[in-house]
Design a protein. Structure first.
Length: 295
């Protein structure tokens, strides 16, 4: 008589020992790839605790220095004319407002494209998708001139207001694909009960769309927090700077650069992204996995 392991070997063409070895090799490769990907972060963390004269003389080591200290964190936090805490507040305000604007405006636009019938819906949806092909640099100058005429330059308004006008076509497309997967029978049943489009959107679509909304919120927060080019164009007052602009001020091509302070503040700038991602990790994975799937 044949055992279960022997029958499995005949079906799969591989023995349990071979499968175990392949599993070990796969895990070793994954661990090695993870170390390669995490190495820059580990080196950055170690460098932030090293004295200034040991940062670039320690080679590729990620081990703590014997003379480690938190001086770089203290120097970086208080090294600018404006405390680095103010820069964190500025970045948080811009990022949170951008998240709210994108989630609200893009979900409304996506709901209209996915669930409502109106003249030219396919045309306007195609036009919206075409904006995804335009590089940011193409619209930069017209936008800057427009905001300059409005008197919004050197304020956070050019960085925030467009988010409330559904300017990010990527998130609209992402939500449209998710909304199309929701059963339309829900809308029909709600209409029979006397619900209008707004009530259907608020009571039915949004509660069922938390995964895709969380996905849009996470990506918006990360991309806004890491944005350097936008604040560089529109902000010139140090008190209005974001964290990314503040990190640039630690390096000076014509004078002394404080790499220790820059590395220390770089480590702190990563903390909000990690926390935000960990809080919504489950919804992010669920939103990516279910977006575009038919139900």
């Amino acid at each position: 008589m044949t055992t279960d392991a022997e029958r499995l070997t005949v079906v799969t063409g591989s023995s349990p020992t071979r499968r175990k070895m392949m599993s070990i090799i796969a895990h070793v490769l994954l661990v090695g790839a993870s170390i390669v990907m995490l190495y820059p972060l580990l080196w950055l963390l170690a460098a932030s605790f090293r004295p200034e004269n040991e940062i670039f003389t320690s080679g590729v080591s990620v081990l703590p220095s014997a003379n480690w200290s938190v001086d770089s964190y203290i120097r970086g936090w208080n090294g600018l004319r404006v405390g680095f805490g103010q820069l964190f507040i500025n970045s948080f305000v811009i990022s949170i407002l951008s998240v709210i604007g994108n989630v609200v405006a893009c979900s409304l636009a996506a709901y209209a494209f996915a669930r409502l019938e109106f003249a030219g819906r396919r045309f306007w949806f195609a036009m919206m998708l075409m904006t995804l092909m335009l590089p940011y640099q193409v619209t930069l100058i017209p936008q800057y001139v427009f905001f300059l005429n409005l008197g919004w330059v050197n304020t956070i308004l050019p960085l925030v207001v467009p988010k409330f006008l559904a300017a990010d076509a990527f998130f609209i497309f992402l939500m449209v694909q998710f909304f199309r997967g929701l059963p339309k029978e829900l809308d029909e049943a709600a209409r029979m009960d006397g619900a209008g489009p707004w009530r259907i959107y608020w009571k039915i679509i949004l509660p069922l769309s938390m995964p895709v909304l969380a996905t849009a919120a996470i990506f918006t927060f990360i991309w806004t927090w890491d944005d350097f080019f936008g604040p560089l164009i529109y902000l010139s007052d140090l008190r209005q700077y974001t964290v990314m602009l503040g990190l640039r001020t630690f390096t000076d091509n014509t004078g002394m650069s404080d790499y220790g302070g820059m590395f220390a503040m770089s480590v702190l700038s990563l903390v909000p992204i990690f926390v935000f991602f960990l809080l919504f990790q489950r919804l992010l994975i669920e939103g990516i996995a279910t977006t575009g799937m038919k139900r």
